[in-house]
Design a protein around this ligand. Sequence first.
Ligand code: RB5
Length: 155
Amino acid sequence: MPIPIASDHAGLPLKQALKAALEAEGLSFDDLGTHGPESVDYPDFAHAVCERVAGSEGFGILVCGTGIGMVMAANRHPGIRAAVLHNATEARLTRAHNNANIACLGARTTGIEVALDAIRAFLASPFDGGRHIGRVEKLDTMLAKQGAAGAKPWA
Ligand code: RB5
């Protein structure tokens, strides 16, 4: 199944480079934008990918200037566990421990070779399960409580 991917204007060059390299390795993508250099709002593009990934078994990729705006936006969606990746170790561990389903990258902070290694590791690494299952479930419990009652889940 094609991997949903999106960026804002700042993330566009890295997104394009990632797609080109990974398509050459046999992966396919559903590019949900942005497609041009005009300034856009990263939450809109995070939302588009999250809608595809939430409730599925699949992964998504988001790119902005730092990856930080995208990860903030993505993690406001139930069923989404997004992580900013700066290297392959973070990618492997966030799959293994957090069962992350969206990889966020920063075009202004991470070069193409490091980003490629991170994405390859992210897509190849399994969730460890076990002791991590209950912890990951608590993430959705927090979000559900907040959404249902407007409560602060940390209170
Ligand atoms: C856009 O200039 C920039 O703010 C955005 O891409 C992102 O880095 C925000 O987190």
